[in-house]
Design a protein around this ligand. Structure first.
Ligand code: AR6
Ligand code: MG
Length: 323
């Protein structure tokens, strides 16, 4: 329809803002159901129709905004030493946002003066965290204009490393960032899920992640309901158990932001983070006009998030001297 065509034809700057705003909405809306193994779809519908005011987001968005600010400050690149200190500062200022235990351990030590490189790798008996905390915050890296996808993936890994050194957490961040970048750049064609997932698999280094992405492709051919998606690709706190789920929720409803968000919440489990990642993808494709007004009006710090979107857009190569 004409309405859908114009929504999907959203200009670039509205897509950056759309991604940041819808991700924050997804985080805030999903937080209500975090940790619920099986959610009641009727309850989700009621909640989405009349969410509370203000619609308060969690650590996912807090960290994404720190990262967006960081990128604006550096001109679009990741300086891990600075980023670590900035994350730690945001945690110390608002420790009650729902940070994961591994993240708290790292951020507290960095805040007390430790080097991230000495701390992050030691988590979980030296395995490093494989939680979804690096993927949940990574969208702004995919929204920096004009970067080749390989550069996006590398920057995502650098941003992940300050808290998440496990290869699966790094893959989650790289895949999510590249997925956001592709979603923000390809319009107005219909999404080709097979092609998108294949493009993402190129940026996954672990066999586990590549296998999970193959599962997404196979699953999407069967138009799965949320219950089936959760059973087959997961809905948990790990990167491997949530990045493919968020991608699936987005690809079930690539042209309907509210439907994608609802689908992601109906997965149950780690709903805030899966919804934040789904929202980042959906908003990147559809732009800020696709964010339901009833959510946007209530969203905590919506003006700050919009401004950050504008500042990221100003990093366009043709607007940066020498860029
Ligand atoms: N081995 C075993 N379990 C692990 C490992 C590992 N190597 N790494 C992580 N876990 P964490 P995050 C488990 O704490 O990724 C919030 O709700 C372990 O149970 O590093 O920053 C956010 O909103 C650990 O506590 O946190 C995110 O959605 C958990 O994974 C979410 O938490 C999370 O890893 C993850 O945030
Ligand atoms: Mg959270």
């Amino acid at each position: 329809t004409a309405v859908e065509a114009s929504a999907v034809d959203a200009p670039w700057h509205t897509r950056i803002r759309g991604s940041l705003l819808l991700s924050a909405c997804g985080d805030a809306l999903g937080a209500r159901f975090e940790g619920t193994p099986v959610v009641d779809p009727a309850e989700v519908d009621e909640w989405l129709a009349a969410p509370p005011d203000p619609l308060r987001w969690t650590d996912d968005t807090a960290m994404a905004l720190v990262l967006a600010d960081h990128l604006v400050g550096t001109g679009g690149s990741v300086d891990p030493d600075r980023l670590a200190i900035e994350f730690a500062g945001a945690w110390a200022a608002e420790p009650g946002r729902g940070y994961g235990p591994g993240a708290i351990a790292v951020l507290r030590q960095i805040h007390e003066g430790a080097l991230w490189s000495r701390v992050a790798a030691g988590l979980f008996d030296g395995d490093g965290s494989l939680g979804n905390g690096a993927a949940m915050r990574v969208a702004p890296i995919g929204l920096v204009p004009g970067r080749p996808l390989s550069v996006v993936a590398a920057a995502a890994r650098r941003s992940a490393a300050v808290t998440h050194t496990h290869p699966q957490a790094q893959d989650g961040a790289a895949v999510q960032a590249v997925a956001v970048a592709i979603s923000a750049r390809t319009a107005p064609d219909p999404v080709d899920p097979d092609r998108l997932v294949a493009q993402l698999a190129v940026h996954a280094n672990t066999a586990e992640f590549r296998t999970a992405l193959q599962r997404v492709t196979a699953l999407l051919r069967r138009s799965p309901d949320p219950h089936r998606v959760a059973a087959e690709v997961g809905n948990d706190v790990t990167a491997l158990g949530s990045v493919p789920a968020a991608l699936t929720a987005y690809l079930r409803h690539p042209d309907d932001a509210a439907a994608a968000i609802r689908f992601a919440i109906n997965l149950g489990g780690e709903t805030d983070t899966i919804d934040a990642m789904t929202g980042a993808l959906s908003g990147a494709r559809l732009g800020d006009a696709a964010v339901p007004a009833a959510w946007l009006r209530r969203l905590e710090a919506a003006d700050r998030i919009r401004d950050l979107g504008g500042a990221l857009e100003a990093l366009r190569p043709d607007r940066v001297p020498g860029g």
